[in-house]
Design a protein around this ligand. Sequence first.
Ligand code: WTA
Length: 656
Amino acid sequence: MSSNIDHLLTETRRFAPEPAFAADAVGTADLYARAAEDRLGFWGDQARELLHWHTPFTEVLDWSNPPFASWYGDGELNVAYNCLDRHVEAGDGDRVALLWEGENGDERRVTYAELTDEVKRVATVLEGLGIGAGDRVAIYLPMIPEAVASMLAVARIGAIHSVVFGGFSADSLRARIDDAGAKLVITADGGYRKGKVSALKPAVDQALADRNGSGVQESVEHVLVVRRGGNEVEWTEGRDLWWHEAVAAASADHEAQPFPSENPLFILYTSGTTGKPKGILHTSGGYLTQAAFTNRVVHDVHPETDVYWCTADIGWVTGHTYVTYGPLANGATQVLYEGTPDTPHPGRWWEIIQKYGVSIFYTAPTAIRSFMKIGRDVPGGFDLSSLRLLGSVGEPINPEAWMWYRGVIGHDSTPIIDTWWQTETGAIMISALPGVTETKPGSAQVPIPGISIDVVDDAGEPVGEGNGGLLVVTEPWPSMLRGIWGDPERYVETYWEKFAAQGYYFAGDGARLDDDGDVWLLGRVDDVMNVSGHRLSTAEIESALVAHEATAEAAVVGASDETTGQAVAAFVIIKQSYLKAHSPEGLAQTLRQWVGEQIGPIARPRDVYIVEELPKTRSGKIMRRLLRDVAEGREVGDTTTLADTAVMSVISAQVR
Ligand code: WTA
């Protein structure tokens, strides 16, 4: 790791903004000056300039009860009105909001007027089903226009959505439904993935089945089902409704009511250091302000002329902020694509960019690295000249991938923005401004205007330029999480306790400042892995593994992987009793499969090593550092604190 850091810090390539780009850029240098002069005044201006407030706010931030923040607390707004109606009222109803491309080649163009009409009808349906302000609605959908419409319809009536990634299993869905106490699930029969219909409705049926005796009171009253895949589905009369029937029959007369700025907007579950995912809670006014602001100044969105495409699924925070809320609040035109990048051919993404004339493209380093592997000939076969800005999110982008991205996709001229943020931060926190900042391959660089960050040591002291430490946010920000659903103590403990004396937010990432004061992100400092830009917890996968009848004990580590950044490596001890009755043949494969079924295919370990022992300290703590050495094929590090120092040579031998 340290040689890797040294390598990164000797990166000397620099790319200044092209004058033509800078001349027309939304984000300008004076934003930094304005924010530095009066930070809260700056955020007050942004909220007023970018959003419509039914009731204007008089106070920007109330931080009298930290870490519980209130932004624009006495203001009132309607999030969906801001993303839809006001654009129609301003005469932009005919502008295309969504350029939808199904994986199977289906196409739909949805204008702002059409999307507004649809969302109003869905809002009417939801109210008819008894959903009101504060109620929770789970959304489990493929990337189709109805996914965006569902989120906005829930927001429109002041309810709270919890989007669950369509790749998660029935068990993961059930856990999220139960934790939030969702009254409604919006799903589809299925969606297209890798060339065929992948069913979704059965997972919902399974998640809601068999509650008798589980001790959990069923909260779900209805399931609203979009027809997309055309696959056969089972139907529970009285509970299930077809979207196309209910929405067509509903009135489009639906006036958006104002809600308080701090009205909850959504819960999004993310992996923490324990086995139980955390329901990260976001609210309305502050979240939408920073979503709209960053999408304007970082993605440089010019709504009248740009075609924007963020490839994230709405199941992740990037899909919330930079598919649904930011671009629609700004009135942008965007591509929405249902499927996988390589179906039916490896150039599908580049074909979509060519077809729609995409000008702003935002994706993850893992995707870029897998395209690098395939080679430049594939993108070389398409006209990518419409692209004028490229963005990256989700994990550190290594300088090689950065250079390839700029050279091969960005025809050696587009700026690249490497954006650091988290589910918890709600919106981009660290990034270059494309018309202002001279960029450096591999560094996320500088906090955006109005955001205060630092890199500190364990005691909270700034490490200063040229040194590494822990990334903190030193002042509250508009789109900050407001808590963990149902668990205020865990919120305080996880993010605010470590630097309570200073009042800093602890991000859980390691970082280093170079001699210019630019930030280089170094990955998580806790037991959270980052696989293809998705957060996974070692504890969650360990508990899935031990839930299998064969497993006595399991330890999971994130091992570095050329394409996915990190990969899941599991070390498993098998029960003697199981081995008496079963052959160990194929067991590693069975366990990989099992984890995929328990959590979802993204959590499936790359490697499962069957071992006889795990390295533990005298107090019984598993030393993951040593297992990582094994999984990455390195010589095993210092073993002196192990209870049994011989155990690592046994494990290494078994793995080999
Ligand atoms: C990592 C995704 C380096 C980081 C928006 C963070 C990054 C976690 C970057 C959040 C980046 C995200 N450079 N690391 N540009 N962006 N990360 O909640 O470790 O899915 O803590 O949010 O991803 O992941 P999450």
